[in-house]
Design a protein around this ligand. Structure first.
Ligand code: URA
Length: 240
């Protein structure tokens, strides 16, 4: 790969900027000043520095975001609403990030953002059974029969038959409930419609884990961080 591509892919500036950096002697490869922005480097073994700092090449970025309410989990919104990728700062916004699965505008919580298309596909494909866990608050109380109904696979109002899901009650009473629900599908408004199929209306929804990786509760709504190597391994193993 050309050194200007290497550096611009890592968010160090445009190809024109890199050409300028080379010209002023700010770029070196394996300790030797780089004299040509078209010089080829091996992104896996060569040591490239810019202004004395080593730039590590990473083809893919994997971010865990705590999506706030009011933000759309897409890359573009033509109505002018804020989209999740707009919350990503200069540290990662040079990657072509997309969300791995959607959350409704009023749903909070764990949104995975990456430029790894295969990873996205594997996370969202229902037959791969990657569990997504939601914390739910709803109007309506949980009845004994709800557990078996979720387990068996609910039929939604439009006739869609859901895959088996797990309902765990946190509390229920006075016409309201709090629960956790685990699903491995991601149909439009799925959890809301599953609750409606049981006569309950979701009032608050937050995704709290994906494929065994929990949302980092230290992330305030709108904040994000890179997945740790362990978290990424867990998610990649889920996909094997
Ligand atoms: N189910 C929903 O109803 N909404 C979401 O955002 C995610 C799952």
């Amino acid at each position: 790969m050309r050194v200007d591509k290497f550096l611009s892919n890592m968010g160090c500036g445009s190809r024109k900027d890199i050409k300028h950096f080379v010209k002023i002697g700010a770029v070196s490869v394996n300790g030797k000043p780089c004299k040509d922005s078209g010089q080829n480097v091996d992104e896996n073994s060569d040591i490239v520095t810019l202004f004395g700092e080593t730039v590590v090449y990473k083809e893919f970025a994997y971010l865990m975001m705590n999506k706030p309410q009011g933000v759309i989990s897409a890359t573009e919104d033509f109505r002018g609403a804020t989209v999740a990728t707009e919350l990503v700062g200069e540290d990662f916004n040079f990657y072509d990030l997309s969300p791995a699965g959607r959350l409704d505008i009023d749903t909070e919580g764990f949104l995975l953002l990456t430029n790894d298309g295969k990873f996205i596909h594997d996370i969202i494909t229902p037959s791969r059974h990657v569990d997504k866990v939601y914390y739910c608050e709803a109007d309506g109380e949980i009845e004994e029969s709800d557990f078996a109904a979720f387990e068996k696979g609910l039929t939604l109002a439009d006739g869609f038959k859901c895959m088996p899901a797990k309902l765990e009650m946190i509390e229920s009473g006075n016409g309201r409930c709090k629960a956790r629900v685990t699903i491995c599908e991601g149909k439009f408004h799925q959890v809301k419609r599953m609750f409606l199929a049981r006569g309950k209306e979701i009032t608050y929804l937050k995704r709290i884990s994906i494929g065994g990786v929990a949302l980092d509760e230290s992330l305030a709504p709108g904040e994000y961080r890179e997945l740790t190597a362990d978290e990424l391994n867990i998610l990649k193993k889920e996909n094997d």
